[in-house]
Design a protein. Structure first.
Length: 293
């Protein structure tokens, strides 16, 4: 009986308190639950996000990145940067579905009733799609919504290889395995252009190598790649397929553009030579020494 009274008390409390709220001019809405954030959870989530970004961007360890993102999504769905977490979870899942990165997809393990399970490539693909769709639905005006939309737009149907377009692409595109340095340099030097519209790079060595060899380069207008290429490369938005296509067409059709980039490339690459680096280092030491005197 005591237990029944204990359970009924909150209900009676609500019944007696609620009318006074209505009497004061309508229902007063409480704070938005999505804005209530625990400081400790926020710190833990921020730490997990930084670790996930390190796995994702630097180590190309997409299983580890995905696991960290899942911890944040499950433990703190109201995290201030949850849209960035959803994007990384979606991209990690999609890239695992394509066997990209330094970790094999079967390293992602979950347990169902004590039974160890892994995901198929198609399951990774669907999981990635779900994360990106959730980002767009929950944060349509967020800074990562556009990237999520582009990732979804780039998803190719599984049966594309059976279409006429898929067969045509298979005939025109050659996927090469590991190449020796001399052969790689020969291919780059003889190419009409090098296309490297990467989403993120720590530096961008392929761009620098192509410029050193005098080969026109199309690359991303974001991050380190834009800094390395500068005016010596044709810069495009890596999330804009139309812009990439237009850049490829321009390089193919415009001989003057190719010649300009081919001439500018070696000069731009010289900024990163060992001699230029040594000169900048010597200058820095000289300024430091003079400032200390």
């Amino acid at each position: 009986m005591k237990m029944k009274l204990f359970l009924l008390f909150p209900i009676l409390f609500v019944l007696f308190v609620a009318p006074s709220t209505f009497a004061q001019g309508g229902v007063k809405a409480g704070p938005d639950p999505s804005t209530l954030r625990d400081p400790d959870l926020e710190r833990d989530s921020q730490h997990n996000l930084e670790v996930a970004k390190n796995y994702f961007k630097l180590k190309k360890a997409y299983v580890a990145a995905l696991k960290r993102c899942e911890e944040i999504i499950a433990g703190n769905p109201n995290f201030e940067k949850i849209d960035e977490v959803l994007l990384m979870a979606g991209q990690s899942s999609l890239w695992l579905s394509q066997n990209k990165g330094k970790q094999k997809p079967d390293q992602y393990v979950s347990f169902d009733g004590g039974e160890k399970k892994t995901l198929t490539l198609e399951q990774f693909r669907e999981m990635g799609r779900d994360y990106l769709n959730k980002l767009i639905a929950d944060h349509p005006d967020g800074v990562f919504a556009k990237q999520a939309q582009e990732e979804l737009r780039l998803l190719v149907p599984e049966d594309e290889a059976d279409t006429a377009h898929g067969r045509q692409m298979a005939e025109r595109i050659r996927r090469l395995e590991h190449l020796s340095r001399p052969l790689l340099a020969k291919l780059i030097r003889g190419a009409r252009a090098v296309l490297f519209p990467s989403i993120w790079e720590g530096f961008g060595l392929p761009v620098l190598e192509a410029m050193q060899l005098g080969t026109p380069v199309l690359t991303s207008n974001q991050g380190a790649l834009a800094e390395v290429a500068g005016d010596a490369g044709l810069l495009v938005d890596p999330y804009d397929v139309a812009a990439i296509a237009a850049g490829i067409k321009a390089l193919d059709a415009d001989e003057a553009l190719r010649n300009r980039l081919a001439e500018a490339g070696p000069r731009a690459a010289a900024r990163f030579s060992s001699g230029a680096y040594a000169a900048r280092l010597e200058e820095m030491y000289a300024r430091t020494a003079s400032a200390a005197i």
